[in-house]
Write a protein that binds this ligand. Structure first.
Ligand code: FAD
Ligand code: NAD
Length: 402
């Protein structure tokens, strides 16, 4: 008898955890599972602000998928998804077509530019291993270039658009990295400017208590970060960013962390979306196609208060676990289990040894919060790769290729 075919698109938090849970929980060769991802590694997005700034190596933020997947149970295909055809139950890859009985979409998010002119052309975003390698190299290049063109002070101006979690975490790392780069390139630290521009009146996402936000700003200011709050970027040019007031801030580096939207492939496939994300039922299935599960940043899950939960790795992991369980329940003809989000808290790094956050409702800050952030990262590695992965990545700090 033909086994039900499950295709999982994307080996990010949602897709990878779905695959790992199916691998663990399926009986024998109950399902024919294929995991598709454009790289042969999984990247730890929650760590990417560090290699982007150059305070850590990018290979510490990725893990070979071959180390996580049992090829006897899950077939891994390194390929790029070009199109999803839910009407025909098939997916078009760059090198072929895959058909499925059940599909899991975990293709993550894309940078939201809100149509701001020049943003795509002149700004960089923290998205992937490739993007952070580029950002790191670019930052170093600007330090080197500034010495050859000493009149161009703007070469040492770094603008970060958006002071949500991504912008804040990156700015904290960059501020830590600047003294090292100044020494390497013989640059006077007084010539370097890091400007974080935020449309709302305060940095960090709404919902974080005011005293934690103030603490975060104080830490950043001590490191030399300048804030421009209640200030909108309305355009981006080769020279820098144009603010709502018309002022031009000349900058050699623009990092855009103004928000994300779901992967465009979903909208192109005819799914009904809001900011590229698909609203899912209580069991994480598409309302239009009940054989399609949507996880992570591609999905909108509503809270009991009726607002969408933020797109985070934390929820993506829990969604992956639920999707795997419900696929098995479906093929076994059993009742599905609704997804219930267990919010454990949020911690945002502010650079070396500093962080702020909430542990459920308890406020945490400083070294303790930074330690907590490390624990959260380690817990995730344990979840996907057990002790051997924790051993490799945390204890021995092994790089991806070693
Ligand atoms: P992703 O993890 O983005 O994975 C998507 C996967 O799909 C990737 O492997 C990608 O290569 C693959 N893919 C995409 N398109 C294609 C295609 N066409 N074909 C084949 N493969 C494709 N959240 C937290 O909870 N805590 C944090 O501390 C935190 N820190 C963050 C720090 C940064 C700098 C950023 C940018 C985000 C952070 N987040 C954090 C948010 C979190 O990373 C995302 O919510 C999470 O990664 C979403 O998981 P996902 O599975 O939906 O997608
Ligand atoms: P975000 O949407 O949370 O923040 C974007 C920020 O950019 C907002 O504060 C917004 O006001 C600002 N902005 C938008 N347009 C602007 C403009 N034209 N000019 C100036 N400012 C502008 O996006 P993010 O920070 O990339 O986070 C994306 C998701 O990833 C969120 O769900 C977040 O919770 C999650 N995340 C979590 C962590 C963590 O838990 N430590 C870290 C990073 C990201």
């Amino acid at each position: 008898m033909e086994r039900p075919k499950v295709v999982i698109l994307g080996a990010g938090y949602g897709g990878l955890v779905t695959a790992i849970r199916l691998q663990k929980k399926m009986r024998g060769r109950e399902l024919d599972v294929t995991l598709v991802n454009k790289h042969d590694y999984h990247y730890i997005t929650t760590h990417l602000h560090m290699p982007a700034a150059g305070t850590d190596h990018h290979d510490h933020a990725r893990v070979a998928i071959a180390d996580l997947i049992d090829p006897r149970k899950i077939h891994f295909r390194k390929s790029t998804v070009l199109e999803i055809r839910p009407e025909h139950k098939e997916v078009v890859l760059e090198d072929g077509i895959l058909s499925y009985d059940y599909l899991v979409v975990g293709l993550g998010s894309e940078t939201e530019t809100f149509g701001i002119p020049g943003m795509r052309e002149y700004a960089m975003s923290i998205k992937s291993i490739n993007s952070v390698r580029f950002i790191r190299q670019h930052i170093e290049y600007m330090f080197a270039k500034s010495k050859v063109y000493p009149k161009r002070k703007d070469y040492l101006t770094f603008v970060v658009g958006g002071a949500g979690f991504t912008g804040t975490e990156f700015v904290g790392e960059l501020a830590d990295r600047v003294p090292v780069l100044c020494r390497t390139y013989d640059v006077d630290p007084a010539d370097v400017r890091i400007i974080n521009i935020e449309a709302s009146p305060s940095p960090l996402p709404p919902g974080l208590p005011v005293d934690l936000v103030e603490y975060g700003m104080e830490v950043m200011r001590r490191k030399g970060v300048q804030y421009r709050l209640s200030t909108v970027i309305k355009a981006c040019t080769e020279e820098g960013v144009v603010l709502g007031s018309g002022e031009l801030i000349r900058a050699g580096t623009i990092i855009w962390s103004g928000g994300v939207r779901g992967n465009a492939l979903l909208q192109e496939a005819g799914f009904e979306v809001q900011r590229g994300r698909v609203k899912v039922d209580s069991c994480l299935r598409s309302y239009q196609y009940p054989n399609v599960w949507v996880t992570g940043d591609c999905a909108i899950v509503m809270s009991p208060e009726g607002t969408p939960y933020p797109a985070t790795a934390q929820i993506a992991v829990q969604m992956g676990t639920n999707a795997a369980r419900n696929i098995l329940q479906t093929v076994r003809g059993k009742e599905l289990r609704p997804f219930v989000y267990d919010y454990k808290g949020t911690v945002a790094s502010l650079g070396r040894g500093e962080a702020v956050g909430l542990l459920k409702v308890r406020k945490v800050k400083g070294r303790f919060a930074a330690f907590l952030k490390k624990c959260i990262d380690t817990r995730y590695l344990f979840l996907i790769g057990g002790l051997p992965l924790v051993w490799k990545k945390v204890i021995f700090k092994q790089k991806y290729m070693e």
